[in-house]
Design a protein around this ligand. Structure first.
Ligand code: SF4
Ligand code: FES
Length: 252
């Protein structure tokens, strides 16, 4: 049943990456429990605009858990308190009337702040560009049974391909490691015949780019898997490590 909330928001405001940011406090009232978290910020922004103030900048696109844009910490957790949801899918019924909610951008040197809650995640794009593709000509779409793929491999590749590039894994990791993201992108191709042709160079190139971008080493805590809104498994990290080391030895 719909209810309404009065909330205190502590939101990180920062004009750009070269100036210091700070938390600003805002009161919002009459927030429907049926609203999404982003709709709640829309309500605040409408008021700020009416009052002649600068609205809070935040990333969003699909608002249905697909694009990975709506990245922010909510009360210290990437995408907020609920498992398996992005910020755009988080509903205000997950909060209590009178609660104080703290909202921050991702904290990682490889994700510099552009403004307020918006960070630059082009480092992820460069990791993909380093090897997250199949460059051989695989021809037209084949009949389903021409290229048999074991069901388990197809399922695992599909699960890895669910990664939306949101960066919550990096935000959750005390070392700001991008191993879960990179391993999902390696795995979705490594598991399929079309991706095996370039498997050796792919793992090497993507890991090298990941390091060059300044992401840290895997902390082995599993925080990335716990906070990933798409349930990407850390088994992908083990697979990427196998791909990486086997390609290291085979190239010697
Ligand atoms: S692995 Fe999960 S948390 Fe990391 S970018 Fe992909 S979807 Fe987001
Ligand atoms: S806005 Fe696209 S995943 Fe949230």
């Amino acid at each position: 049943m719909e209810g309404h909330l009065n909330l205190t928001l502590k939101i990180w405001r920062q004009k750009n990456a070269s100036v210091a940011g700070k938390f600003e406090t805002y009161q919002v009232s009459g927030i429907s429990t049926d609203m999404s978290f982003l709709e709640m910020i829309d309500v605040l922004n409408n008021r700020l605009i009416e009052e002649g103030d600068d609205p809070v900048a935040f990333d969003h696109d699909c608002r249905e858990g697909i694009c990975g844009m709506c990245s922010m910490y909510i009360n210290g957790r990437p995408h907020g308190p609920n498992r398996g949801v992005t910020t755009c899918q988080l509903h205000m019924r997950s909060f209590q009337d009178g609660e104080t909610i703290t909202v921050e951008p991702w904290r990682a040197s490889a994700f510099p702040v552009i403004k307020d809650l918006v960070v630059n995640r082009s480092s992820f794009d460069r990791i993909i560009a380093a090897g997250g593709f199949v460059s051989v000509n695989t021809g037209n779409a084949q009949d389903a049974n021409n290229l048999p793929i074991p069901k388990d491999d197809a399922d695992e590749a599909f699960a890895a391909a669910a990664c939306i590039g949101c960066g919550a894994c990096v935000a959750a990791c005390k070392n700001a490691s991008a191993m879960l993201f990179t391993s999902a992108k390696v795995s979705q191709l490594a598991l399929l015949p079309q991706g095996k042709v370039e498997a050796a160079t792919r793992a090497q190139a993507m890991v090298a780019q990941m390091d060059e971008e300044g992401f840290g080493a895997c902390s082995n805590t599993g925080a990335c898997e716990a906070e990933c809104p798409k349930g990407i498994s850390i088994e992908n990290i083990a697979r990427m490590n196998r791909e990486y080391f086997s390609s290291t030895f085979s190239s010697k």
